[in-house]
Design a protein around this ligand. Structure first.
Ligand code: 1HE
Length: 258
């Protein structure tokens, strides 16, 4: 299945593998590619239960396609940024969890794209930067909302003011990625996680994607109430009853010591 020449989607069992296929431009995100990402994530096959997002070539993504950063006036700039927001919102609040498999450059809009995913697996070649600061622009793909949630406002401010680049290990330490693996192993690890996620009860995955981030934004009293509603809905599903029964009958895996 191919939707645009710079992006491919293929199904691997219940996992949709979405690949940026513009390696000669380091997977820079043109307007066409951003719209294709939106289209792909808003029309995933019904059989998809999780997705892995990866980039072809030496780098995950070099961010905004700078060759398109022409003479946009303020109004056009506003609409351009809102187009990115809509596309990445589709990914973040789509039907299935998305795992980003990171390697090489994860910079600018590439970092904004990675930040919209639910899990990030980085390999040892990964580096993170926000060159917007040195290019005289600002983030516009949701980075100022999502990136501080991963690493904090102070670190993002430093990255943009000073051009600081985080390597894979430091990026892991500060919270860019949840997993750090040897070079070349991010995709394999992401697929392993996606297969596991695909086996969860769909309502649990839904709650984690749609309820948890909203609860985290709510005042505590409202958060507790929303949590109770979500918990009640999830535990009432036949799937949940079946899974709990399987454990009580000794038929489901125990939690293993880490
Ligand atoms: C590009 C882009 C791009 C590469 N737009 N064409 N992002 C940046 O400021 C990052 C800019 N890119 C880089 O710093 C480097 O390219 C990389 C570190 C990512 C990779 O380096 P390298 O040596 O492997 O590749 P290269 O030789 O720099 O680039 C190969 C080609 O890709 C070259 O084109 P060619 O025709 O000369 O072969 C580059 O021009 C092209 N290329 N990156 C367009 N980004 C919603 S707002 C988001 C705001 C931002 O994202 S700003 C940050 C933009």
């Amino acid at each position: 299945m191919k939707t645009c020449e710079d992006i491919q989607i293929e199904m691997n069992g219940p996992v949709a593998v979405v690949r940026l296929t513009r390696p000669n431009k380091r997977n820079a995100l043109s307007d066409g590619l951003i719209l294709a990402l939106r289209d792909v994530f808003s029309s995933l096959p019904d059989t998809a239960r999780a997705a892995v997002l990866t980039g072809e070539g030496e780098h995950f993504c070099a961010g905004l396609d700078l060759s398109e950063l022409k003479e946009r006036d303020a109004g056009q700039g506003l609409h351009h940024s809102r187009m990115w927001h809509a596309a990445l919102e589709t990914l973040q609040h789509g039907p299935v969890p998305v795992i980003a498999a990171l390697h090489g450059a994860v910079v600018g809009g590439g970092l904004e794209l990675a930040s919209a995913c639910h899990i990030r697996v980085a390999d040892a070649s990964t580096f993170y930067a926000l060159p917007e600061g040195s290019r005289g622009i600002f983030v516009g793909g949701g980075g100022s909302v999502r990136i501080p949630k991963l690493i904090g406002v102070a670190r993002m401010t430093d990255m943009m003011l000073t051009g600081r680049v985080y390597n894979a290990e430091d990026g892991d330490r500060v919270g860019f990625a949840q997993y750090l693996v040897p070079a070349g192993e991010a995709f394999g690890k992401a697929m392993e996680l996606a297969q596991r996620i695909a086996g969860n009860a769909p309502l649990t995955n839904y709650a984690l994607m749609h309820a948890l981030p909203r609860i985290a934004e709510q005042p505590a009293d409202q958060g507790f109430f929303t949590e109770a509603l979500m918990a009640a809905i999830a535990q009432a599903a036949p799937d949940a009853k079946e899974r709990v029964r399987a454990f009580l009958e000794g038929k489901a895996a125990k939690v293993q010591r880490a």
